[in-house]
Design a protein around this ligand. Structure first.
Ligand SMILES: Cc1ncc(COP(=O)(O)O)c(C=O)c1O
Length: 493
């Protein structure tokens, strides 16, 4: 027997089945160490509508469809009925109509993968396809590029506004370009790219334009109704040919819910996959997954129905108010500033001036005070920041968040500057990550300040400082090795 086998947990598969109550108790114990998913103190990853009756509707609907398989819409016509309603509701709000073709997917990344696949497959004559994206586009486009062997041309954005520059985007288009992308808004800075100009320039060249409204699609319309200035971004904008909008973000639906809309049917057809050339059942899929639970679709449908337009309007108004209060409060803290002028309720807190603040220490200190702020690394001249997504429940906590930020800021200042990780950088310099196995990599971790234990997650400043100092390619290598070690059964906690 190898070490690996001897240290597998004995409970991996019990001989005798265990009672549900015991299992749920174990789940409760395990999730006790997770960040809280409700209440707005985890200012990324989670979107809480703060309404128990809406959650109950989503939970009931999810469970009711738990075993329905989205693989075959002829066997389970309920999924067609639900998907039509969900896609129709999103299309109607985002510049489409009842005839707008769409696909319900598992999330933003899948919607983006399919948008890129559709654009690539619509142009089979292009041997080496490229997509042109702003440098602030979500990582999902880089993932799509890797998965689909499409080159991603990332165009620098305006360094003051963090918005894409339409002329630069247009100049990056070549005969190999199959898709042009704009964000509404970008995740990192919460600003909406000049969609109309980017889409017009794409259309002039006969190119499709995808708007990544994954985070903002189901937020911006309600913000506009609440009086915010929202630039045009949806399918009503000439030249926009597809758009992604996640319902598991500001739709407040359970995770696994996004909608991809297309201007025309031909592009949706290019996203589909069919295979009847094997001896089993003929496969025809609209999504990457084949067999899939209908729970997320039913959960999203129930959330939309339970909240209704009025519910979203109210949540949008509350999130906007919270954002304005946070932005004003951050401006009062010496050395901190909000990057750019957010168009949505996503805020990047950066540092500047004569007294810059160590953002990584600030994040740890804030976490110790109950608020998780998401670190965003500097890249290609874009400064580092801490991300805050404000939702409909954030309002109650804004004063507490600002209080925590002020206290954390004072604590970080009092401690003085932290030395750059020069020694660790020297250690990593020239190291061939690909030549290490997980055990050797794990043995190196203490020297780098990386730690696999769950407790270490609360003090990430050293890790973030190190990642920020590394070139992006090394960051990616280090992060993937870290993930591999984390999931190795014989390592870590
Ligand atoms: C603008 C944008 N696009 C794409 C994504 C990816 O979405 P997901 O995490 O659901 O795959 C996100 C996630 O935050 C996003 O903000």
């Amino acid at each position: 027997m190898t070490d690996r086998q001897t240290t597998l947990p004995a409970t991996a598969l019990p001989d005798a089945g265990r009672p549900a109550e015991e299992l749920l108790a174990e789940l409760r114990a395990l999730t006790a160490a997770d960040l809280p998913t409700r209440g707005g103190r985890t200012t990324a990853y989670t979107y809480d509508a703060g309404r128990p009756e809406v959650r109950a509707a989503a939970e009931g609907a999810y469970l009711a469809m738990l075993e329905v398989n989205g693989l075959d819409p002829t066997a389970f016509p309920s999924i067609v009925a639900l998907e039509r309603q969900v896609v129709g509701a999103v299309a109607a709000r985002l510049g489409g109509d009842a005839a707008t073709p769409g696909i319900f997917t598992s999330g933003g990344t899948e919607s983006i993968l399919l948008a890129v696949k559709a654009a690539r497959d619509a142009r089979p004559e292009v041997a080496e396809p490229e997509i042109v994206v702003p440098a602030t586009a979500h990582a999902a486009f880089f993932k799509a590029g890797k998965y689909l062997r499409v080159k991603v041309v990332a165009v620098p954005v305006d360094p003051a506004t963090f918005r894409a520059v339409p002329e630069a985007m247009a100049a990056a288009c070549t005969e190999r370009t199959v898709l042009v992308v704009a964000s509404a808004p970008s995740y990192a800075h919460g600003v909406v790219d000049p969609v109309a100009a980017i889409a017009a320039a794409a259309a002039e060249r006969g190119l499709p334009c995808h708007v990544d409204a994954c985070v903002g699609g189901w937020l911006l319309p309600w913000l506009a109704e609440a009086g915010a200035e929202v630039p045009p971004f949806d399918l009503s904008v000439p030249g926009v040919t597809s758009l992604s909008c996640d319902l598991h973000k500001f739709g407040y639906a359970p995770k696994g819910a996004s909608v991809l809309l297309f201007r025309d049917q031909a592009m949706r057809l290019a996203a589909y996959f069919a295979c009847a050339q094997w001896p089993g059942y003929p496969v025809v899929n609209s999504t990457v997954q084949s067999s899939k639970g209908a729970g997320p679709l039913a959960g999203a449908w129930a959330t939309l129905q339970a909240l209704g337009a009025d519910g979203y309007r109210e949540l949008g108004r509350a999130a906007l108010d919270a954002t304005r209060r946070l932005t004003a409060g951050v401006a009062q803290i010496d050395g901190l500033r909000v990057l750019g002028t957010p168009d949505a309720t996503l805020v990047a807190i950066g540092t500047e001036g004569e007294h810059p603040v160590d953002l990584w220490e600030l994040a740890d200190e804030s976490r110790a005070r109950g608020f998780f702020l998401q670190p965003q690394l500097s890249v290609d001249g874009l400064p580092a920041s801490l991300h805050v997504t404000l939702t409909g429940v954030s309002g109650d906590g804004v004063d507490a968040l600002l209080g925590a930020l002020r206290e954390s800021h004072d604590a970080v200042r009092a401690r003085g500057p932290v030395a750059p990780p020069t020694e660790i950088l020297a250690l990593l310099d020239g190291l061939d990550f690909t030549a290490l196995d997980d055990a050797t990599f794990a043995a190196l971790l203490p020297a780098t300040g990386l730690d696999l234990s769950p407790e270490a997650a609360t003090r990430m400043a050293g890790v973030n400082r190190l990642l920020d100092a590394l070139p992006p390619q090394l960051r990616d290598q280090l992060a993937t090795r870290f993930l591999s070690a984390l999931y190795s059964p014989y390592l870590g906690a």
